[in-house]
Design a protein around this ligand. Structure first.
Ligand code: ATP
Ligand code: MG
Length: 554
């Protein structure tokens, strides 16, 4: 039995497993993660991955990766590769070889024949549309199909005919014979097999009938010896069908399905189908667009695997459907990077300062700046104070406002790690745009505490014009302007796109960045946490993605 050591491992599923072990229901725990390869994995999947894989690890069991490929579509090889890559990146190891639902197509076919032989399945020749109409609604009971009472022999013959490709697509299906009047719509003679003349990436042209998810899933679980089949709450009703199938076929192992609530995050979509729409309609730049909460998007944005797992452990696993604040996700990466990220200075919206009293003889004044304010072990770097520097435009205001902390004319401000400067004159072009600010610096203020009475407005970050290099900074905001967007009809999604979800700034960064190529993440002082975008950066242009701001500005 596994000993609980924190809240996460006290969740209701861990409790069920602990009880099952205590009661000797099982001695070996086996879970699985069964993604359908119809898109890239997202943060919702991480919740499921963390649950399934930590159970396997903590209970000395195993977790299978099963590609749920019952619905062949052309693109899925790319998706399968991305699923493997994302799991490895998260640091989880699946047991033995990757499993595919299609590995079991032969066995599934035999179980379908078994159901027909037991009088529990029939070949229906209603069209998909007719099947839908016959099914009824929550208020109206379903109607039996006219083909429902075919003889076993006839069903066997017709099912084989389906397999041999003698029926056109959509003209026949295999259905379970359960109860068209059931209160649970899923039990109204669900379709088990449909015809699709599509080549499958694993089985080629061997099959033209493919099993439905509900039929394949439970049998695959049973074949693999899964003990706890964990899925999200929408599958609660499917559990009845899951058990019906397992109970009606001759199979030794009977896995049990448990449901937990899916992850929803405010201002985001977590559905591969809807995400693929954003990709196809070019609302985002691909599945790994840093605004997407796909694993590949989050990775490119600069989220670490550990911060994403930490997020899942913090939100826990329950049966309550809710929507998680973005702030919680951000605080996980902020907490991590606050400790580990090197500090460096970058100016996103540059404003030039000219130090009029800079000593003529000197070209530069060397300053040692720590890489982390509270951790000497992270070392230091040289920065240079020169006659021309950049500050952020937003730190300066032309006219002072009462109680404002901003730098303005006749006022002093401290440059981070460096001197106090004072603004004297603004130089503007003929359109009134500020070109630069003339300032003086106080040579006696380097590394010195100031007299309390001295009215210095604050501390701002800065860069030497000569010791910085240009860079492009990308600031990301929520992709949607609506908090609860996942429930919105796919056709209306465009209405809720945030037009300011990507802001691009051409600014500058300390040239020390060139020596820090091995560092992945940085805190640009006062600007936020950033990472280099390796995909877009080249020798000429450096692109940085903002991972998150410094403060919780929600
Ligand atoms: P999507 O709507 O994104 O396609 P899905 O549930 O169809 O999601 P699958 O690839 O079938 O995606 O899911 C694999 C596993 O991940 C399933 O067990 C599913 O329950 C789980 N999962 C998917 N989305 C979430 C989510 N938002 N929160 C928690 N678990 C999820
Ligand atoms: Mg799906």
């Amino acid at each position: 039995m596994y000993k609980k050591n924190n809240n996460y491992q006290n969740n209701f599923i861990y409790q069920i497993i602990n009880n099952d072990l205590k009661n000797k229901k099982y001695s070996f725990i086996c879970t699985r993660f069964p993604p359908e390869p119809n898109g890239y994995l997202h943060i919702g999947h991480i919740k499921s991955i963390c649950l399934n894989f930590t159970i396997a690890k903590n209970f000395n069991g195993k977790c299978n990766l099963r590609i749920d490929d019952t619905n062949p579509i052309k693109e899925n090889l790319e998706y399968i590769e991305s699923i493997k890559k994302d799991l490895i990146w998260l640091g989880f190891k699946w047991s033995n070889n990757i499993k595919y639902s299609s590995d079991y197509f032969d066995q599934l076919y035999k179980y379908a024949i078994e159901l027909i032989n037991k009088g529990l399945a029939y070949v229906d020749e209603l069209t998909i549309e007719e099947i839908r109409n016959y099914r009824g609604t929550l208020l109206i009971p379903g109607k039996n199909s006219p083909y429902r009472n075919r003889s076993i022999q006839e069903n066997l013959k017709l099912f084989k005919k389906m397999k041999l490709g003698k029926f056109p697509e959509g003209s026949a299906s295999l259905r379970a014979k359960i109860d068209m009047k059931s209160k649970t719509i899923i039990l109204r003679d669900p379709v088990l097999y449909r015809i699709k003349f599509i080549k499958h990436h694993q089985t080629g042209n061997k099959w033209c009938i493919y099993p439905m998810y509900d039929f394949a899933h439970c049998i695959a679980d049973a074949i693999e010896g899964i003990t706890h089949s964990l899925c999200t709450l929408e599958f609660q009703d499917n559990r009845l069908l899951y058990n019906w199938i397992i109970n009606n076929i001759n199979i030794n192992h009977h896995p049990k399905q448990y449901e937990f609530s899916r992850l929803n995050i405010e201002y985001s979509i977590l559905s591969k189908r809807k995400m693929s729409l954003l990709v196809n309609n070019k609302i985002v730049n691909g599945w790994n667009d840093p605004r997407m909460l796909t694993i590949s998007g989050l990775r490119r944005r600069g989220y670490t695997a550990s911060s994403l797992k930490e997020f899942c452990y913090r939100i826990g696993v329950t049966k309550q459907n809710n929507i998680i604040e973005r702030a919680l996700l951000e605080s996980c990466i902020r907490d991590e990077l606050n400790k580990s990220a090197h500090r460096i200075m970058a100016v996103l919206k540059p404003l030039k300062i000219i130090i009029i009293n800079f000593p003529i003889k000197e070209k530069k004044i060397k300053i040692i700046a720590p890489n982390h304010p509270n951790n000497n072990m992270m070392g230091s770097r040289e920065i240079f104070f020169t006659k021309e520097i950049y500050i952020n435009k937003l730190d300066f205001i032309e006219k002072d406002i009462k109680n404002s902390k901003k730098f303005t004319l006749k006022q002093e401000i401290r440059l981070r790690y460096a001197f106090v400067i004072k603004a004297h004159k603004i130089l503007k072009d003929n359109k009134g745009k500020i070109i630069c600010i003339y300032c003086t610096y106080d040579a006696n203020t380097l590394g010195k505490k100031l007299n309390k009475n001295r009215n210095v407005k604050g501390v701002i970050h800065w860069l030497s014009v000569s010791y910085s290099i240009p860079a492009i900074f990308r600031i990301y905001n929520n992709l949607f302007i609506k908090k609860n967007i996942d429930n919105i009809n796919i056709n209306y999604i465009n209405t809720f796109i945030n037009k300011k979800s990507l802001l691009i700034y051409n600014g500058f960064i300390e040239n020390n960045i060139l020596k820090k190529k091995e560092n992945k993440f940085f805190q640009f002082e006062r600007e936020g946490y950033f990472c280099l975008d390796k995909k877009d950066s080249n020798k000429k242009n450096l692109f940085f993605n903002q991972i998150t701001s410094l403060k919780k500005n929600f």
